[in-house]
Design a protein around this ligand. Sequence first.
Ligand SMILES: [Zn+2]
Length: 193
Amino acid sequence: MDRRDFLKFAALTASGIFFQPEKAAAYVLDTWEPPIRKLFLEFSEYEERPSTEVIVVHHAGFPDGDKDSSAEEIHKFHKETNGWAGIGYHFVIRKDGTIEQGRKLMAVGAHAYQHNKNSVGICVAGNFNFVKVPAVQWDSLKLLTAWLCQKFKLNPMKRGVIVGHKDLNDTTCPGENLYPKLGELRRYCRDFE
Ligand SMILES: [Zn+2]
């Protein structure tokens, strides 16, 4: 196993989807996907994204505190309160590290004004202006982002590929405790490639 495969192996076994190391090693050499909880949410419309060049990291950022918002809750909010097709993010990472599917991966999202046609949006549940990112949530964000870079053949070190929402719009999202960690996230994805 070379360094690259070792990193994937370590990430997959740490994420708990494999209990048998031999099985994980065989899987790594073939194809892999992080564990994603599919929710089959209903959307009022669907538009396919023409390209994928950017991964945007968000926090849920509700002003009333650091909550463990689920994709279902955000879906309801975006649909009923904002009047959108449904949840604007493609993924939500819960406080326990669970990755939930939001909008369909190939759909145009609604998470970064004027940047939705070429980007995937990941929402990390919580408000990181108030608290630090829990380790399990951080690990899932690294794994998911690395997978997306691989899937869409993105160079994580290229400027503008892995960004925080505040790099695109006037917001503090993804919060002052998460935003400074994006450099580490990019390096993790580079080493994972
Ligand atoms: Zn945001």
